[in-house]
Design a protein. Structure first.
Length: 195
């Protein structure tokens, strides 16, 4: 009858840890911390979101328009290359800039969670083609949300790179063929005979 039950210390520590953990979870549930963590947090209302969207669209379009204008101005100069070469370079730059603008607007649509981001990008391009940003009155400045700012900044950076690349290609000197020098008979070494 003097049987002693021995429980290892590790088991006691493990059981105590489980009990403390269960009490902690129960306390978090009772205070509502778990419920608040599961709730979605609204950071901005619909009006703020529309303002952010419009400002980001204007920034993307402004970068596009500035780059296109730079290429047009350089193309209008008297260039050292032929008109056909200049037209081809300018056309490629315009197509690349349009594709970049579409990509920027598509990214905006995706960040904004629009179901048809491609349709949104196309409709926004058409709207700006009819009424460019440069023709619109200056809106009130808006501090963009970080993800929208990242898209607008990247668009501006890439548009500047494309227009600079086109400017460099347009203003490069015309390629002139390198003169070829035919060896003259007097300069041609004659083989020497060895005895």
């Amino acid at each position: 009858m003097n049987d002693v039950i021995r429980i290892p210390r590790r088991t006691l520590f493990l059981a105590a840890g489980v009990i403390v953990g269960m009490l902690l979870v129960l306390a978090l549930v009772m205070t509502g911390v778990v419920a608040r963590a599961a709730d979605a947090t609204t950071v901005a209302g619909a009006a703020v979101l529309k303002t952010q969207q419009a400002a980001a669209e204007r920034d993307v379009e402004r970068a596009y328009e500035q780059a296109v204008e730079q290429v047009r101005k350089v193309r209008a100069l008297n260039l050292a290359i032929t008109a056909a070469q200049a037209d081809a370079i300018a056309l490629k730059a315009f197509n690349d800039l349009k594709a970049l603008r579409h990509s920027g607007l598509l990214s905006l649509g995706q960040v904004l969670g629009l179901a048809d981001a491609d349709g949104y990008a196309t409709a926004t391009e058409q709207r700006f083609d009819q009424a460019p940003v440069s023709a619109q009155p200056a809106p009130t400045p808006v501090l963009l949300a970080p993800r929208l700012y990242a898209i607008a900044a990247r668009m501006s950076e890439l548009a500047a790179q494309l227009s600079d690349q086109a400017t460099t290609s347009l203003t490069a000197p015309a390629a002139t063929p390198a003169p070829t020098v035919a060896p003259s008979p007097s300069r041609t070494p004659t083989p020497t005979a060895r005895p």
